[in-house]
Ligand binder design. Structure first.
Ligand code: MTE
Length: 337
């Protein structure tokens, strides 16, 4: 039985703040933190309105962690194949507007996320592999061919960014892990440490920690699937999911699991974190499709962070040429939630 719990996105329609009310309230609120709380309560597309203007104050920016020994690896060469149809989002927006529920449910989570201890950090490969092993993150980084890619990120909440990620293809990680031929899925798991990450304590919405995500082996081997270790030419800031996160640019952002400690190969489809919480709204596939609305808001357009623009959302977030074939002959699967 899937667990059904309330999550911040799971507000009844009557509680979602209409855009006009939200924009008025924005004018009244002075501080970014207060606005952050308002955004959370607003739900849906209204959450992303007017974000361009609330970074203006003297907010501290928490960038690449000083204690991260991987500084010397960056910047890495950009792969020109992965370009964008829009400007890269200014770094300050990415540093200050995040989802990282392990540290709380606000968008202004950057300061709280500095509690994340990023060294020592290991990644365990287990399940259907030739040999289970646990590898130190710096050993892993040294073994992987790092490159930079410009990717769009489309959150299910109808906001988007364009990010210069550094990292390596997920297919490289799969090869490194040596899965058995019967493995059909890759399951990813975030750390579990409620002392360090207070969002994981019992009672905080009763969420089913640790955060889990999964993809099929075919998705994992797709050239777009990317393991992120850095951003903006530097090691990954903690609030963005240091030291290792996933980027699946054709799927809604909640699939991009942060701060990964375990990669498991399995023949059973993983039940991801949000799917456990609210299976009628957040599925396994979560491919971006403007024509399939969320149960409580439209997905037709998106607010581009750092601008006052709302732009049309594209099928597979504009990456159909790379991924559409993965889903042919899959009629009946809820591919877009
Ligand atoms: N990974 C973990 N472990 N915890 C989270 O709360 N939030 C997800 C995803 N990965 C989340 C996570 C959601 S909902 C989104 S939209 C993206 O991270 C946000 O990434 P960003 O904060 O770098 O923009």
């Amino acid at each position: 039985m899937p667990i059904r719990r309330e999550c911040p996105w799971n507000l009844p329609d009557r509680e979602a703040t209409p855009e006009s009310v939200f924009l008025n309230r924005r004018a009244l609120l002075a501080g970014g933190a207060a606005l952050g709380a308002g955004l959370l309560a607003a739900g849906g597309t209204a959450q992303a309105q007017g974000i361009s203007s609330w970074f203006g104050g003297s907010r501290t920016l928490y960038g690449a962690p000083e204690e991260d020994p991987s500084h010397k690896l960056y910047p890495v060469e950009r792969n020109p194949k992965y370009t964008l149809d829009r400007e890269v989002t200014a770094e300050e927006h990415n540093l200050t507007y995040n989802n990282f529920y392990e540290f709380g449910s606000r968008k202004t989570i950057a300061k709280a996320a500095q509690q994340l201890k990023i060294r020592p950090w290991t990644v365990t490969f287990d399940g259907m592999v030739e040999e289970e092993r646990t590898v130190d993150i710096d050993t892993l980084l040294a073994a992987m061919p790092l490159e930079e890619r410009l990717y769009r990120l489309r959150c299910v909440e109808a906001w988007s960014m364009a990010v210069p990620w550094s990292g390596f293809a997920l297919s490289e990680l799969v090869t490194y892990a040596k899965p058995l031929s019967g493995a059909r899925y890759v399951r990813f798991e975030t750390f579990l440490d409620p002392e360090m990450a207070p969002g994981q304590t019992t009672g905080s919405f009763g969420y089913p920690w640790p955060y889990v995500e999964g993809v099929t082996m075919a998705e994992a081997m797709n050239e777009l699937s990317f393991m992120v270790t850095g951003a903006y030419g530097k090691p990954l800031p903690k609030q963005m999911g240091s030291p290792l996160r996933l980027a699946l640019p054709w799927k809604y952002g909640f699939k991009s699991i942060k701060s990964i400690v375990r990669v498991t190969f399995t023949d059973e489809r993983p039940v991801s974190f949000w799917e456990q919480i609210q299976p009628s709204e957040y599925g396994f596939w979560a491919n971006v499709n403007p024509e399939v609305p969320h149960r409580r808001w439209s997905q037709a357009t998106e607010q581009v962070l750092g601008t006052d623009e709302r732009v049309p959302t594209r099928l597979y977030n504009g990456y159909a040429e790379y991924v559409a074939d993965l889903y042919k002959d899959m009629d009946g699967e809820p591919l877009f939630m």
